[in-house]
Design a protein around this ligand. Sequence first.
Ligand code: PXL
Length: 293
Amino acid sequence: MSDAALPKASSPAAGRPRPFPIAATIATSDSGGGAGIQADLKTFAAHGVYGVSVLVACTAQNTVGVRAIEPLAVSFVRAQVEALADDLVPRAVKTGMLLTAEHTETVAECLRRFDFGPLVVDPVMIAKSGDRLLAEDAVTTLRGALLPLALVVTPNWPEAAVLAGQPVRDEREAEAAGRRILRFGPRFVVVKGGHSPGPPTDLVVHASGVVRVPGARIASSATHGTGCTFSAAIVARLARGDDPIEAIAAAKLYVSRAIAAAPGLGRGHGPLQHFPPDWEVWRPTPGAPGGPG
Ligand code: PXL
């Protein structure tokens, strides 16, 4: 690199320790706006983080169910990643609904090729409406190719059971499944407690122990996109420089508030309110890491 390419002391880039945080989502479009890419981008915006996206597929759906799914060509998935790598490199990234083994492998290959920062894998398998969002044979690829790259993976009880290959019927089994999933490579396994008959405590399983993140159960049918929103909030906070446990605990609180303020739309599992009342959008402080110089 010649000297001319280096920022000069007086250039606008000088003294700016890190650029404005960018977070990326690699996932699927939900025409109903409640889950997938749409939930992720709203969550990033609510956290004051600039969101970029790589679409893997599009769904035709509403709050009642998924009517059609159209995968994008894997070459086009790769082209979107390359475009970002060339100009808008994220500081943290998540994956959501990846649909097929081929798409999952392509995404893993892209994330091995480019450094998009810490990876949060939301192992999306089945929608609240019961529709299948990941092919059965893609589970092996997700486990073998994507989990080794992940900092955090966020399964609910049924997803943890599939990933671990053992039943999850209570909190003890949830923790055991979390420990098994840890062996596939992620540093933190968040086994979400939403399916527990008791309080919805999340278990954060990591190499040196388990952190329990308690939560209050909110009686609501507005639960479409909660998993997407949770993992996106973790990514937004990682992009802002939070440590993983802090990011996970804060993301859980955010989701609770977004459910409590849900706008009551649709006849099925309704969407969340990604900007709940009194929610303060984070703004980078001038001069601080991540803020404008
Ligand atoms: O919540 C999982 C999920 C992820 N991505 C898309 C979805 C859903 C659930 O419906 O539609 C696109």
